[in-house]
Design a protein around this ligand. Structure first.
Ligand SMILES: Cc1ncc(COP(=O)(O)O)c(C=O)c1O
Length: 388
């Protein structure tokens, strides 16, 4: 028997996300109130769907420039200037990517080398770990304090920097904690990054989903930080457009150009109908208000319900659509706890440990689902924990 040749080192370095494992496990249950999924339950808004149908009917189906269609880039530059305070040249400082995921992956590829240290506040979205591993860089989790709402601390960042550190990832609003980092705190973190010549990756995928007076701020709006920051946005969460796979990265020209060359060799360009969808979404930006209003009601409901269950502290996440609840009064094994909830109570959520060791003792509940499912999940959770 001949032995098959081996897979590359890359394939063994890249971990599968634990969120996907919960998703797979959930498939074996018939009646789950599923709060594990980080995807809005709405379908893509009508004006977007019909703009795409019309465009495809008239033959919009080509390769585009690797940076993206010029009309989409112009609209994105206008949005970045008007809403994020980031001024970019749409011909050189902005690229349309296959989701925020594609932007993050490409950015790490063009900015990191094997052996670099990349600092990521923890608990963190697990895909960052895969992106960092893919280039052979070291993933360095930065502890945050749950009592301070998991907001990254500039002093701790300064202490974590080593001669090998080249990048820090700042995600606000954050997955899984829902933490919104204030403008002042971002400026202080940016200062530490500047003093240490670090790249900053600002993942603003959830920029539109902030509640209760929280406001979203883009660090790259400060010209002092623009040259060291790649800012990443997405259509997925704001417009319920996860499957269209459109995001965009903005930043210094030489970085965007390197991402462009990488995309030239990988995806060539984002699918043109998806770019038309993005353009229509920007033309109908008001739909984001409906999405946010729905999440505002769901957030209130789940925070009230979780807060009323003994031994659960939901905290007060200001953004995204997650509650990262402290369940340490019930368990220190979040994986076993979630398995028990699925098997005994018919509730799916994500174990905190999936988001790094600092997430242990917590469970991530997503409220990107309908009110009835949230109510059912809360009824079942309450019953299961009371029946102990
Ligand atoms: C923090 C964060 N960044 C990026 C992404 C990727 O989003 P996209 O669908 O735009 O690739 C997600 C998706 O869950 C996320 O939670």
């Amino acid at each position: 028997m001949t032995t098959a040749p081996e897979l590359s080192g890359l394939s063994s370095r890249m971990p599968q996300s634990g969120i996907r494992e919960v998703f797979d496990a959930a498939q074996s249950y018939d009646d789950l109130a599923d709060l594990s999924i980080g995807e809005p339950d709405f379908s893509t808004p009508d004006p977007v769907a019909s703009a795409v149908a019309t465009a495809v009917g008239t033959g919009v189906s080509s390769y585009t420039e690797t940076l993206g269609r010029p009309d989409l880039r112009a609209a994105l530059a206008e949005k970045l200037a008007g809403e994020n305070g980031i001024d970019v040249d749409p011909d050189s400082e902005l690229i349309v990517t296959p989701g925020a995921m594609g932007a993050l992956f490409a950015t790490v590829q063009v900015l990191c080398d094997p052996g670099d240290d990349v600092i990521v506040p923890t608990p963190y979205w697990p895909n960052y770990r895969g992106h960092v591993a893919s280039v052979g860089a070291q993933f360095v989790p930065l502890e945050t304090d749950p009592r301070e709402g998991f907001v990254p601390d500039p002093e701790k960042l300064a202490a974590a920097v080593t001669p090998d550190t080249t990048m820090v990832v700042l995600n606000t609003p954050a997955n899984p904690t829902g933490t919104v980092t204030s403008a002042e705190r971002l400026a202080a973190l940016g200062e530490v990054a500047a003093e240490n010549d670090l790249w900053i990756v600002a993942d603003e995928t959830y920029e539109d989903l902030v509640y209760d007076g929280a406001t979203h701020h883009s660090l790259a709006s400060d010209p002092a930080h623009f040259e060291q920051t790649v800012t990443i946005h997405s259509f997925s969460k704001s417009y319920a457009m996860t499957g269209w796979r459109v995001g965009y990265a903005s930043g210094p020209e030489h970085v965007i150009d390197a991402v462009r060359v990488l995309q030239e060799h990988t995806i060539s360009s984002v699918a043109e109908p998806a770019q038309i969808a993005a353009l229509a979404a920007l033309d109908n930006r008001h739909v984001v208000d409906d999405v946010r209003d729905a999440f505002t009601r769901r957030r209130r409901l789940i925070l009230d319900r979780l807060g009323a269950i003994d031994g659960i502290d939901p905290g007060s996440p200001g953004g995204a659509f997650y509650v990262f609840a402290d369940v340490s009064a019930h368990t220190t094994d979040s994986q076993a706890f979630v398995e028990r909830l699925m098997a005994n109570a018919g509730v799916a959520a994500v174990p905190g440990a999936v988001f790094g060791d600092a997430g242990e003792g917590h469970i991530r509940f997503s409220y990107a689902t309908d009110i009835d499912t949230i109510e059912t999940a809360m009824d079942r959770l309450e019953e299961e924990l009371n029946a102990r």
